[in-house]
Design a protein around this ligand. Structure first.
Ligand code: IMP
Ligand code: MG
Length: 172
């Protein structure tokens, strides 16, 4: 198993996620927000985000695959599991773990926008701006990081390390 080096502590994550929740609510004070979390990497982020969010919300889940066990994107995005409910007239927030090349979010925003939500915004815990291949709008970003492969707090390397309560770099 590769070695990991801590990058963002559990405390920093909690603090920043609470700030994001407050910001999201400030931008939509009266909306019943409908969160769509991208499985599996964003589940811890979603759980902390909605519990820090003032007011009511609903949740759904979607799964896509763009990686085949490695650390680089194949560029091909495939839907593995669709959401359960329609989005028409809803105020939707996509919840994603990390935006890297931007290909996954571009695909997701395209298919979800086609379902005519009233609004569609995106919250991403992490961003690696230096790796972007397509310019994709992300309204809420937790942390911008350097080009390291990171794991923990939901993020995996070949399905391992998701359980870590902090974010770490894979140092092999
Ligand atoms: P993109 O399509 O290249 O933006 O990739 C987004 C997806 O790649 C994310 O949802 C993650 O699942 C995965 N990913 C990108 N960078 C990392 C990383 O550093 N650690 C773990 N997963 C990553
Ligand atoms: Mg992902």
């Amino acid at each position: 198993m590769p070695q990991v080096t801590p990058l963002l502590t559990a405390d920093r994550l909690q603090h920043r996620v609470a700030e994001l929740a407050a910001e999201i609510r400030r931008d939509a004070p009266d909306a019943e927000l409908h969160f769509i979390a991208v499985l599996k990497g964003s589940v811890f982020f979603l759980a902390d985000l909605v519990r820090a969010l003032p007011g009511t919300c609903t949740m759904d889940f979607i799964a896509v695959s763009s990686y085949a066990g490695g650390t680089t994107s194949s560029g091909e995005v495939r839907m593995l599991k669709d959401v359960d409910r329609g989005l028409q007239g809803r105020d939707v927030i996509i919840v994603e773990d990390i935006v890297d090349t931007g290909l996954t979010l571009t695909y997701l925003q395209g298919i979800l926008r086609a379902r005519e939500p009233r609004s569609l915004r995106t919250a991403c815990l992490l961003s690696k701006p230096s790796r972007r291949k397509v310019d994709v709008p992300v309204e809420y970003i937790g942390f911008s990081i350097e080009d390291h492969f990171v794991v923990g707090y939901g993020l995996d390397y070949d399905e391992h390390y998701r359980h870590l309560p902090y974010i770490a770099m894979l140092t092999s």
